[in-house]
Design a protein around this ligand. Sequence first.
Ligand SMILES: C[S@@+](CC[C@H](N)C(=O)[O-])C[C@H]1O[C@@H](n2cnc3c(N)ncnc32)[C@H](O)[C@@H]1O
Length: 221
Amino acid sequence: MNGRTRIPLPQHPTGITGRAFGWLMEKINERAYREALNLLHPLQSERVLEIGYGTGRFVELLLRACNSCYIAGVDPTSTMVRVANSRRAIAANTDRLDLRCGDASALPWTNDSFDAIVAIHSFQFWSDPARALDEIRRVLKTSGRIVLILRDHAKRAPAWLPNPISRSGAEVKAAANLLVRHGFDVIEHSTKSSPALVGYLHSTLGSGAQTSAMHRRDSNS
Ligand SMILES: C[S@@+](CC[C@H](N)C(=O)[O-])C[C@H]1O[C@@H](n2cnc3c(N)ncnc32)[C@H](O)[C@@H]1O
């Protein structure tokens, strides 16, 4: 990227404006967090990874929902890494947290590290989604699960989105196909979320954000 090209704030919420964006994002996404938590349904002692954790609000909700879970996260924006790690609830639970700076396409954990993985409005920023899914599959235990909160951009996808699937005009279907190709069974969920934030895997294009949850198949099945 040259010096004149600026990465849009939602993809890279940096500096003071990034902090302000993060604050706003938390308010807007509150309903999505609740939906994601219901779908993820973390069990005691599970190990959970969030990809693109932003300000850490969802991590805070996870901490509250599951008092013996171990929670890890990766986000490439250093401002978000600082904001999340300085949240009171997060700073007070460092023994069961590991929020790092990094990218979906190179997850800095060993194989079979997690029971569950979640990504909320982050998928559209993964420039190489197939590689990210390879990584997700690698660090996820057999029979683990992933919850993706996707925004269905349909034909209105901004040209700058780095994820070709999100730009494709059929984001949810293509994402589901990609998951199937990576060994996941796709389970659809019906939720009563705000149409602006969360919808369903196979709802019609343009109806707003989409939610899908998948369980990793046993590689021998
Ligand atoms: C719209 S924000 C959503 C943040 C958070 N999930 C939430 O809902 O509050 C998108 C986040 O994805 C992160 N992100 C951007 N590119 C990423 C990538 N390649 N891998 C993982 N996260 C990424 C950004 O830094 C940002 O924190």
